[in-house]
Design a protein. Structure first.
Length: 182
């Protein structure tokens, strides 16, 4: 049953972000071992850790069967901080797109009246490699200046807190996101 992963327009490379990994696990939604498994959190009544295949996320079966939500629907748009989007877009991100794991409650950047593409968890190195726009997006969100920003930026790490979460607008390419810590 191995094959190309489903296309997630709001999370275009879930293998590189670590949200999906190669696995021999059997999906509890479809009963198949398809070669990949979702590694992020699924908010549901049942414990669904390492239990859902990407195909059952993409086609909505995981949501239909378990009420699984991969991102809090209210978090699409950052709880009203970023642009509002249609209920259809919120549903696609919350119920049919692999989420990611953050230190606090995850948020999903929106821009140009659409949800943005999740690029991944970022530290100082990753943001610097992407460039000044990525750094500016995180700095604008955290609202630190001067030495406070310099110290915070130096401490950003992909695999420990504080961590940045970067997104790209699907329409104009604007980068946006946020950072958090325990």
């Amino acid at each position: 049953m191995n094959g190309d992963l489903p296309i997630f327009k709001y999370h275009p490379d879930p293998l590189s972000t670590g949200s999906i990994e190669a696995s021999t696990n059997t999906c509890v939604a479809c009963g198949l071992a398809r070669g990949y498994i979702y590694k992020g959190l699924a908010y549901a009544q049942e414990e669904l850790i390492d239990a859902l295949c990407p195909w059952c996320i993409a086609d909505g079966k995981a949501h239909e069967k378990f009420g699984a939500e991969f991102v809090d629907a209210a978090a699409v748009g950052g709880y009203g901080v970023w642009e509002p989007v249609s209920e259809e877009i919120v549903a696609e991100v919350a119920y049919r797109t692999p989420g990611f794991t953050g230190w606090q409650q995850e948020r999903w950047f929106t821009h140009c009246r659409d949800a943005a593409e999740f690029l991944g968890l970022m530290g100082k190195e990753e943001l610097t490699a992407i460039g000044p726009e990525a750094i500016r997006a995180i700095k604008e969100e955290i609202l630190f200046d001067g030495k406070e920003w310099d110290d915070y930026f130096e401490s950003l790490a992909k695999d420990r807190d504080p961590t940045a979460y970067l997104f790209r607008c699907r329409h104009c390419g604007t980068l946006g996101g946020y950072s958090d810590f325990t």
